[in-house]
Design a protein around this ligand. Structure first.
Ligand code: ZN
Length: 317
């Protein structure tokens, strides 16, 4: 919504700020905005933008509301396709999304601009300049020395060839078929392997790695699961009927069967202990440790049986 930033009277009211933070908008709301915009006295640069949005409303598209979402147990490879900047593409005339729908279309031509950004951020020079080594001694920011990376060649004749590299390959599809993430067993094993590697690498600060794993993986996972647990539905084990709340009769209102939770304790706090151990072992900041402690208390308050609390001898001393 760059139109929002333009000098148009009343634009801030017409396109509220919250729409900038969201990835979606209802069709009705979008239509309302576009209709109103067309009534406005628009600056020249807004017109082409509006033309781009217009087909979403009266173009050859139809919108279907999602009526049901079903989770399917699947154990095997899952492939993601990336086409263009956004991980969205059409498949069998439906808009599809990565890791959620089975992608049904494949691109026959590889455009380097369309592949994942991470691959653009790779050095492709044959050697580093002298100033690079000088900069390392000063612990400079990596961006402070200009080294040619894949991104620099996008859209030019050099985008397909001439990348210098350290390891040759004979096959474009070569690579590990099975990553250590799948062969290592428990989450603690995976963490140990990752942190063991960072311990060996001089350039990597293992405490920082541990902090990041806790902050970006464990904490959001635990918090998200806790939230899912508290807002879950219950389901009949016999006929599959779902209930917004546990029926007071404790049995299914449809068939009289047993009703059970759909999110279980085990799936909520499965990484709590691992996270605490990692924080302790890698000497994370007190702040991180305290966040884990607070979370552990929340988990306890939900899952601990109030009638049968576990106590230690020190509780009586
Ligand atoms: Zn039932």
């Amino acid at each position: 919504m760059e139109i929002r930033e333009m000098e148009i009277k009343g634009i801030k009211q017409l396109i509220p700020r919250y729409l900038k933070r969201r990835d979606n908008i209802s069709l009705e709301k979008l239509e309302e905005i576009v209709d109103e915009l067309e009534e406005c006295d628009l600056p020249g640069e807004a017109k082409p933008k509006l033309e781009e949005i217009r087909p979403l409303i009266d173009g050859d598209l139809s919108y279907l509301r999602i009526t049901d979402i079903e989770r399917v147990e699947y154990d095997g490879y899952l492939y993601d396709l990336q086409v263009g900047d956004d991980p969205i593409f059409t498949a069998n005339w439906l808009y599809a999304h990565n890791s959620m729908d089975a992608p049904l279309v494949m691109s026959s031509r590889i455009d380097p601009a369309e592949i994942d950004d991470e691959a653009h951020n790779i050095d492709i020079v044959s050697q580093y300049p002298h100033e690079f080594y000088e900069a390392t001694l000063e612990m400079s920011d990596p961006e402070s020395v200009n080294i040619q990376i894949g991104e620099d060649t996008l859209g030019t004749d050099e985008e397909y060839t001439g990348f210098e590299h350290t390891h040759d390959t004979s096959d474009i599809a070569m690579g590990p078929d099975l990553s250590a993430y799948k062969t290592l067993g428990s989450m603690m094993d995976k963490m140990d392997a990752q942190l063991e590697l960072s311990r060996k690498l001089e350039a990597v600060d293992e405490t920082d790695v541990a902090e990041r794993v806790i902050e970006y993986h464990f904490l959001p996972d635990l918090i998200g699961n806790l939230r899912a647990f508290s807002r879950q539905e219950t389901r009949c084990l016999d006929c599959g009927e779902k209930f917004r709340r546990m029926p007071l009769t404790e049995t299914c209102r449809e068939c009289g069967g047993r009703v059970n939770l759909t999110v279980h304790q085990g799936s909520v706090n499965k990484y709590m202990q691992t996270a605490i151990e990692v924080a302790e072992e890698y000497d994370c900041r007190p702040y991180t440790k305290q966040r884990l402690e607070v979370l552990e208390k929340s988990l306890e308050s939900i899952f601990e049986n109030d009638k049968n609390k576990q106590s230690g001898i020190e509780d009586f001393m």
